[in-house]
Design a protein around this ligand. Structure first.
Ligand SMILES: [Zn+2]
Ligand SMILES: [Zn+2]
Length: 345
C-alpha cells in the first residue's frame, strides 16, 4: 500500500509500505476517511525531523495522519469485543496500557512512553492502519466517516477544552481563531447553550462561524477584539474564552476579554507569550486551562454529543481528496483559509 510521508520544508511523498497484519492484541483498520489537522502543518513545514517539530521524540519517517476513521478489516489473536466490519475511530495515541493515565483513557499522558499515530507511529493517510485494539473508539451509526475523522483530533480537541471550561447556557463564549478547531468550538459551544462570539481575521472563516451558530463575529484586523467583547457584554467581559490560534496577541486578547472570575482555555500550540500576570490574571481571579486534546472516553462522548444534538459538523468538511492529490491537498491547506480537508478511501 502507499502512504503519505512528510519530508519537511513543504515536501511530501507517497511511499510504498507493506500492508499491515495484526499481531496479538492488535487490529487493522481499513481507512475510509483521514482528516488533515492544523498540527500536521508543523511536520509538513518543518526542517528536519517531523516528530521533533511537534516536540516528540521519533525515529524514521512514518505515514502521516492522526485523524483516522474506518472499519475494522482484520483482528489479531486475543482480541475480543471487536469484529470485522465494525465502524471505528482511533484514539490516536498508545501508551503502556497499565498506568493510571492509560487506564483513564489518557494514554498521551503515559509516563512510560507513548506513540502518537501519524507522528511517531504509522497514521491514517494510507488505506490501512494497524493499532492496538484498546485504542479503538466506536463511531455512532448517525455519523459519517469524515465526521469521525474530524472528531479524532480537531473537533474532539474543541470539545475537550469546552468541557474544561465547563461551558453552559449561562456563559458568553469567545472563540479566538475560526480554523477547524475554532469552528468546532463555535458549533459545539452553541450546542451547549452558550452565546458564542467568534473572532478571526478572515471574512470567509467568520461567515462559516455565523453559519455554525456564532451570534456575533469580530474581525480582529478591523476591530480591537477586547474592546468589542467588552462592548458586547455591557462592559463586563466574557465568562469563557478559548484561544485556538497559538498566536501570542490572540492569547493576550483572550485573557483580557475575560470577565472577573472568568475562565480561559489555551488550545492553539506553539510560540511563547508574555502576560501581565497581576493585572490581567491574578487581580481578576481568572482560571486558566491548558487543554491538550482529549481522552478515549472523551472522544466517545464527543461523538455521542454530536450525533444526539445534531451538531452540523458535516458543514465543516469542505475539501475532499484522494491520496494521489496529497501534495495539492497540503499545499492548499498550508494557505487556505476556510473549512477542513480530508482524504477519502
Ligand atoms: Zn501508561
Ligand atoms: Zn491534531
Amino acid at each position: 500500500m502507499r502512504g503519505v510521508v512528510f519530508l519537511g520544508e513543504r515536501k511530501l511523498e507517497l511511499r510504498e509500505f507493506a500492508d499491515p497484519l495484526p499481531g496479538p492484541g492488535e487490529v487493522v483498520i481499513a481507512i475510509k476517511a483521514s482528516g488533515m489537522c492544523g498540527s500536521d502543518l508543523h511536520p509538513y513545514r518543518a526542517r528536519g525531523n517531523a516528530a521533533a517539530a511537534l516536540g516528540f521524540a521519533g525515529g524514521g519517517p512514518v505515514i502521516a495522519g492522526h485523524e483516522p476513521c474506518g472499519v475494522v478489516a482484520a483482528v489479531g489473536a486475543g482480541v475480543t469485543d471487536v469484529s470485522v466490519g465494525q465502524r471505528v475511530m482511533n484514539h490516536h495515541y498508545a501508551g503502556c496500557g497499565r498506568c493510571a493515565h492509560c487506564r483513564q483513557g489518557w494514554s498521551q499522558l503515559c509516563p512510560n512512553g507513548f506513540v502518537v499515530y501519524g507522528v511517531t507511529g504509522h497514521g491514517g493517510h494510507a488505506p490501512f492502519m494497524k493499532v492496538p485494539a484498546r485504542t479503538l473508539v466506536s463511531l455512532p451509526d448517525e455519523l459519517s466517516f469524515e465526521e469521525g475523522a474530524a472528531i479524532s483530533c480537531g473537533t474532539g480537541t474543541a470539545y475537550g477544552a469546552l468541557k474544561r471550561l465547563d461551558v453552559s447556557g449561562r456563559d458568553t463564549l469567545a472563540v479566538f481563531g475560526q480554523g477547524p478547531v475554532g469552528l468546532s468550538a463555535t458549533m459545539l459551544g452553541r450546542a451547549m447553550g452558550a452565546r458564542v462570539i467568534a473572532i478571526d481575521v478572515a471574512p470567509e472563516r467568520l461567515a462559516l462561524a455565523r453559519q455554525f451558530g456564532a451570534e456575533t463575529v469580530v474581525n480582529a484586523r478591523e476591530t480591537d477584539p477586547v474592546a468589542a467583547l467588552r462592548e458586547l457584554t455591557h462592559g463586563e467581559g466574557v465568562e469563557t474564552a478559548m484561544d485556538c490560534t497559538g498566536n501570542p496577541e490572540a492569547r493576550v486578547a483572550a485573557v483580557r476579554s475575560a470577565t472577573t472570575w472568568g475562565r480561559v482555555a489555551f488550545v492553539g500550540e506553539g510560540n511563547t507569550t508574555t502576560f501581565d500576570i497581576s493585572q490581567d490574571m491574578i487581580r481578576r481571579q481568572l482560571t486558566i486551562h491548558a487543554s491538550w486534546t482529549f481522552s478515549s472516553v472523551g472522544q466517545a462522548e464527543c461523538a455521542r454529543f454530536i450525533a444526539d444534538r445534531k451538531v452540523p459538523l458535516d458543514g465543516l468538511l469542505t475539501h475532499r481528496f484522494t491520496l494521489d492529490q496529497a501534495d495539492e491537498a497540503y499545499r492548499l491547506f498550508d494557505t487556505q483559509t476556510t473549512g477542513k480537508g480530508y482524504f477519502a478511501f
